[in-house]
Design a protein around this ligand. Sequence first.
Ligand code: NAP
Length: 246
Amino acid sequence: MVERRKVLILGGTREARELATLLSADPRFFIVTSLAGATNQPAKIAGDVRRGGFGGADGLADYLTASHIDLLVDATHPFASTISQNAARACDNANVERLAIRRPPWFPVSGDRWINVSDVSEAAGRLSEVGSRIFLTIGRQEVDAFQVCQDTWFLIRTIDLPKKPFRLSSCEILSARGPFDVDAEMRLFREHGIEGVVAKNSGGSDTYAKITAARELRLPVVLIERPPVPVGPSVPDAEAAYAHLA
Ligand code: NAP
């Protein structure tokens, strides 16, 4: 009997779920997907699932060794840079093979009015150029960086509602999970008198509708660029990751 390869998928993304589905159907692999545990009701995932941090790169290296992991796939979100850096260090230290799924970023097309910034602080500093009614969709963790924008009203969309109130002077919060649709995004922007959008350059199709909607309505988008990633082998999507492993 051929021994199955044990694969740890660092997840929290569509690509991680798609790869878990592909590998779970292949008897050559045994799959565990790891989630940070930040989302209350994560989408269903094929195979085994564990939740919660490992305790930094050293904790992850210990887990890889203790769980006899043969290969780690870093399929985390492009902005989850701490776990990607930890994964690279842990795999080096535990001598485990690593593959990353790096979803391509969005590139501007004709009609886009993008203001590219390197982080949330720079985004907050540029908002006065954009308008006073802003659609903010950057997750929950970094929203408080916009408390410096005293004269701005925010419509904030996150998957789960915040655990404690955001420290913004004026905002409304929407809880919703993608994929989103262009017509619905345009309606949302019109209903709330949105003058500009702040988003992360996450790439992928699930959250691209807001970028199209902004283009259609000629609204500026303050787009936060991605943090650097560790060097190493990477593929653009789950199918390519499966082809690489299989
Ligand atoms: P992060 O800043 O890179 O990681 C913070 C800590 O969370 C890590 O040090 C690690 O804790 C733990 N962690 C992160 N991902 C984990 C995973 N897949 N399994 C186990 N522990 C994990 O990450 P983040 O930005 O908070 O994102 C958390 C998760 O949400 C990621 O898995 C990511 O794919 C997903 N996500 C993030 C975004 C985003 O915009 N950042 C958007 C959509 C989905 P220890 O050090 O204790 O191991």
